[in-house]
Unconditional design. Structure first.
Length: 120
């Protein structure tokens, strides 16, 4: 194999093992019932986990920072405002990996015109 071929093979191998780039998504973090999690941001509703089904890798182990201001709607379950470092699949509106979660004050989401109102 020539030097150019070796370099090309190394570059292709590096691309194949490069993880997807993380993005920050901020909005309403919903947990209405056990193991059901969604994030509603300016782009729509993203599935993080569904009871008895898909669960985004990393979510249970992701570092969580900030003071949580949860609004209960079903016992211990409810919603809050958060930003998440994630990878996602826009075609399926699925969070494919959770890297970290940062709680934000409810007011941050309430005042964001790109997010739906949570008032009933």
């Amino acid at each position: 194999m020539s030097g150019k071929q070796q370099l090309l093979a190394l570059a292709l191998a590096a691309l194949a093992t490069t993880p997807a780039l993380a993005e920050t998504r901020c909005g309403w973090l919903m947990n209405p019932t056990p193991a059901n999690w969604w994030l509603i941001d300016a782009d729509g509703e993203w599935t993080i986990g569904e009871q008895g089904g898909y669960q985004a890798p990393g979510f249970d182990d992701a570092p969580w920072t900030g003071t949580r201001e949860q609004v209960p709607v079903n016992g211990y379950y409810g919603y809050e405002c958060a930003c998440m470092a994630v990878t996602s699949d826009a075609d399926t509106m699925t969070i494919t990996r959770v890297i970290s979660v940062r709680s934000k004050p409810l007011k941050a989401c309430e005042d964001d015109p790109k997010l739906p109102s949570m008032e009933s």
